[in-house]
Design a binder for this molecule. Structure first.
Ligand SMILES: Cc1ncc(COP(=O)(O)O)c(C=O)c1O
Length: 381
């Protein structure tokens, strides 16, 4: 068997032609493809505005920066995510306050969020783990009542739906990532969506040095050459080459999700009755994007099973090491892991199996067989 990665991009001739055309155009960056890509995501999600940047991390950074929260304000978030989610808070001198997760979906637990909200809370930043939308209604209700922001890290969930609405329209801002293992790819890339036009303007400013080209007040109205830097922005621009790839990839979001869903169902059919394997659940009125397929193991040492699958050329993975375990966080934001019993339990037993549109049914069957073999071979007495 060929080595199987845990995630992989799907690139076809149309994607290659789109990139080639962009390379032959007059614009490698700040050209028309960026806006076209933004419009394709905006029209797909049916949201007001989409602002494209060079990574999901940059999207998180400008989204959080645009809130203008007082330094030291608290933001309630999940520890069960990629480091970038919490890091975005630190870039803006904000304090992450973690809430525990729910075992079935591994998403943030709205009841624990409610317990953690205080006068210092400026926002709630949640993640749609593996592409399963979080239970947004209670979070929305809490945030509206407390007059705080609700931000969605939907890096895993482009194309997913909650109560019949596409992810990208429900929070005050939603973040997407286009890293190669994600739902669609631009190599590196990200997007922030929002229905608020003033916020979209602010995001555009922050992605390009905080420079306002329409602001001539410093040099007088006749000075059409003038511009002003009105905020401390960055260069987070995405290129037209990447945007061209994104436009082509965006046409296939539903196709990719359909394929991921078929493969996830096959995994669940093969694994759900096997002792010691807990397959992922889909809860509530949602459409899952199936970015990741994760199982919880019991009656074995997960690490032994992990190594066994690796030794059979199956690139299993572990999503995620809770953020508060990292040395940087232990030093600068010490958090007692025992306060997050569900996160700790899930972390100790979780395993990510390969899932991407190009994966074949026979490969899923072979992976399931090898996993079951490992479960039998290494069962604890
Ligand atoms: C939940 C989550 N947030 C943010 C990011 C960061 O996205 P990017 O890699 O595009 O910077 C990732 C990427 O892995 C992610 O999984």
């Amino acid at each position: 068997m060929q080595p199987i990665p845990y995630g992989h991009q799907s690139i076809d001739e149309d994607d290659i032609n789109a990139v080639e055309n962009a390379l032959q155009s007059d614009w490698l960056t700040t050209g028309p493809k960026v806006e076209e890509f933004e419009h394709s995501i905006r029209d797909y999600c049916l949201c007001g505005h989409a602002v494209a940047v060079n990574s999901g991390t940059s999207a998180l950074d400008i989204a959080i920066q645009s809130l203008d929260l007082r330094p030291g304000s608290e933001v309630i978030t999940t520890p069960f995510t990629f480091a970038a989610t919490s890091n975005a808070l630190l870039y803006s001198d904000l304090t992450p306050v973690y809430a525990d997760i729910t075992r079935g979906t591994r998403n943030i637990d709205p009841d624990d969020v409610r317990r953690k909200i205080s006068d210092k809370t400026g926002a709630v930043l949640f993640v749609d783990f593996a592409g399963h939308p979080c239970d947004i209604s209670p979070l929305r209700e809490m945030c509206t009542k407390k007059d705080i922001f609700l931000i969605e890290d939907a890096s895993h969930a482009l194309g997913a739906e909650y109560s019949g609405k596409k992810i990208g329209t429900l929070a005050d801002m939603t973040i997407f990532s286009f890293h190669p293992v994600k739902l669609i790819t631009t190599g590196e890339g990200g997007m922030v969506t929002t229905n608020d036009s003033r916020r979209a303007e602010r995001l555009r400013l922050l992605r390009t040095h905080g420079i306002d080209k329409n602001d001539h007040h410093l040099s007088g109205s006749g000075a059409s050459w003038a511009y002003d830097m009105v905020a401390l922005g960055r260069n987070y621009r995405i290129t037209d080459i990447q945007a061209a790839l994104g436009i082509s990839q965006a046409k296939k979001i539903d196709l990719f999700i359909r394929r991921r869903t078929e493969l996830a169902r096959l995994y669940s059919d093969l694994l759900q009755d096997f002792p010691g394997i807990e397959v992922p659940v889909t809860q509530g009125d949602v459409t899952h994007a199936w970015h990741l397929y994760t199982v919880l193991l019991s009656g074995v040492r997960r690490d032994v099973v992990f190594s066994y699958l690796k030794s059979h050329d199956i690139s299993v993975n572990l999503h995620y090491i809770p953020t508060y375990h990292f040395s940087y966080y232990r030093k600068n934001h010490p958090t007692d892991p025992s306060l997050f019993p569900v996160t700790e339990d899930v972390f100790s037993r979780i395993l990510t199996l390969p899932l991407f549109p190009g994966l074949r049914e026979q490969e899923v069957m072979a992976i399931a067989d090898i996993l079951k073999k490992a479960m039998r071979q290494f069962a604890l007495p």
